[in-house]
Design a binder for this molecule. Structure first.
Ligand SMILES: Nc1ncnc2c1ncn2[C@@H]1O[C@H](COP(=O)(O)OP(=O)(O)O)[C@@H](O)[C@H]1O
Ligand SMILES: [Mg+2]
Length: 232
């Protein structure tokens, strides 16, 4: 059994947004949130639409800044880093899967997975080999040359998972990853995510409306009235 290390911690994170595009009284979304996530562990964040789940995920990933509090990722204070430093950390150490993950249109499944690795400078051939291996592992070895508009929604999400893994992240952020899939494909993606946590020791922050999906996580939280409540 490997030791479980703390990978992400939020301390006293608060966030508000202006009421309208032109400003106005700020609306508080998150109020002094504390949260921790360890390697090889999955946490689910549930809560009503508009409760601030995506906001919380974006702050955790350094995609959005908070007014108050600290975000510690792998020992570094994300809230003190520059955009360049943040984007480097996201590319090397974080994987993202969204409800409808955007793939590069004119690129094949293989290229979509290989490109982020090439950007990290590993060279085209090793990047393609890695992409090939990952696409095989998500059951897409017969779709390598398909462009994104030639893939089904479920297949696109599997490409997105392979892409999220190509730079061997410490953490996977998944925001409603099965939200637009049918039951069969949703079940497939669910199983894949939990297998990854176990096999690759990644941490998983999962946002989902789906209670049975959430309950498969090691810890379950609910965002309610700007606070995070422990469900389990
Ligand atoms: N960039 C923004 N500017 C203003 N309000 C925003 C912005 N992003 C989100 N909000 C508001 O914050 C609240 C929480 O949004 P979000 O985190 O997307 O909720 P959830 O993911 O739980 O549905 C919503 O009321 C939303 O309208
Ligand atoms: Mg959301």
């Amino acid at each position: 059994m490997t030791k479980s290390n703390k990978i992400l911690s939020l301390k006293g994170v608060s966030k508000s947004f202006p009421a309208t595009a032109r400003g106005g009284e700020p609306i508080d979304i998150l109020d002094s949130i504390d949260l921790e996530l360890h390697t090889a562990t999955s946490i689910a964040i549930t809560g009503k639409s508009g409760s601030g789940k995506s906001t919380l995920l974006q702050i955790s990933a350094g995609l959005l800044s908070s007014e108050k509090g600290e975000v510690l990722f792998d020992g570094r204070r994300l809230d003190t880093l520059s955009d360049t430093q943040l984007s480097r950390i996201r590319s090397t150490s974080m994987g993202f899967i969204f409800q409808s993950s955007l793939l590069l249109d004119d690129f094949t499944a293989l290229e979509n997975v290989a490109v982020p690795a090439m950007i990290m400078g590993i060279g085209e051939k090793p990047a393609r080999e890695k992409a090939l291996h990952l696409l095989e592992s998500v059951g897409l070895s017969d779709r390598l040359g398909h462009k994104s508009d030639q893939l089904s929604g479920g297949e696109r999400q599997r490409v997105a998972i392979a892409r999220a893994l190509v730079n061997e992240p410490l953490i996977l952020f998944a925001d409603e990853p099965t939200g637009s899939l049918d039951e069969r494909n949703a079940a497939l993606i669910e199983d894949m995510l939990f297998a990854l946590v176990a096999e690759k020791q990644v941490a998983l922050m999962l946002i989902t409306h789906n209670a049975p999906f959430a309950s498969r996580c090691d810890e379950v939280y609910r965002l309610h009235n700007r606070k995070v409540e422990v469900i389990r």
